[in-house]
Design a protein around this ligand. Structure first.
Ligand SMILES: Nc1ncnc2c1ncn2[C@@H]1O[C@H](COP(=O)(O)OP(=O)(O)O)[C@@H](O)[C@H]1O
Ligand SMILES: [Mg+2]
Length: 235
């Protein structure tokens, strides 16, 4: 792997311990994860093992209690809330299990809103052009004016993917993005996500329950009771 400056994710010896009713609860223990630019990594592991917590730390939405989380060269532990918000806007796309689309907005406006937040200097016409291109890239060029209620789960998650990638972030985080989809639709969404990432040289950290989906990644990690280990597979 390349030198550490080149890494998009460099999380070293992370501990994450919460105070629950006055007692420490360790969620993550000595977790390290390195992801190179354009690399696609999957994390599998049972429910409650700490996968979402790990993602929250990588997104700067929670703070590690030990170790260092460096993303795109920035030490998240040393940033204040404003800096973290700016960092997220420019560095990250996030896809969730529940699609979190705004029900009253069309696909185009859902993606357009994210475009405007990421790039506030763009004019309306440019925003619409970019949002439409992102939707076309996920195969929804003919669904621009559909509201979420008029789309299937797979289509809604593809809007979620367009929203997460419209500003071309160097890192895409996905937390069980296929959790609300049937297996076949889930596989289509993950294939699309990985194709898009490989085309745009976006690094991906995908959390999934499904070993078949994880196997499509460049590398696979397993989270077990707050400890992360790389799954080695024969070449
Ligand atoms: N804010 C919190 N307060 C107390 N416990 C938490 C909190 N967040 C997560 N946990 C606990 O941490 C563990 C890991 O949770 P999580 O990261 O959501 O796991 P996963 O995504 O692998 O299912 C679980 O036991 C969960 O109950
Ligand atoms: Mg989770």
């Amino acid at each position: 792997m390349a030198g550490s400056e080149a890494l998009i994710v460099d999380a070293k010896n992370i501990d994450y311990t919460l105070d629950v009713a006055g007692r420490p609860l360790t969620i993550l223990r000595n977790v390290s994860l390195q992801v190179a630019p354009a690399e696609v990594v999957a994390i599998v592991g049972p429910s409650g093992s700490g996968k979402t917590s790990m993602l929250m730390l990588l997104a700067g939405l929670e703070k590690a209690t030990g170790g260092a989380v460096v993303v795109n060269g920035r030490d998240l532990g040393k940033m204040n809330e404003d800096e973290l918000a700016r960092f997220r806007r420019h560095t990250l796309g996030i896809v969730f299990q529940s699609f979190h689309l705004i029900p009253s907005l069309t696909a185009l406006d859902n993606v357009g809103l994210a475009t405007e937040i990421a790039e506030p200097k763009l004019g309306m016409a440019e925003i619409r052009t970019k949002a439409a291109a992102a939707l076309a890239a996920v195969g929804l060029g003919d669904r621009l004016d559909h509201r979420p209620s008029a789309m299937s789960g797979g289509e809604q998650q593809r809007v979620g993917l367009a929203r997460a990638t419209v500003a071309n972030p160097p890192l895409l985080l996905a937390d069980e993005p296929t959790g609300n989809l049937d297996q076949k639709t889930g596989a289509v969404v993950v294939d699309l996500m990985f194709d898009l990432a490989r085309r745009n040289r976006t690094a991906v950290v995908l959390i999934t329950h499904d070993p078949a989906l994880a196997a499509k990644a460049d590398r696979v990690y397993t989270m077990t009771a707050g400890e992360l280990t790389e799954t080695t597979h024969s070449v």
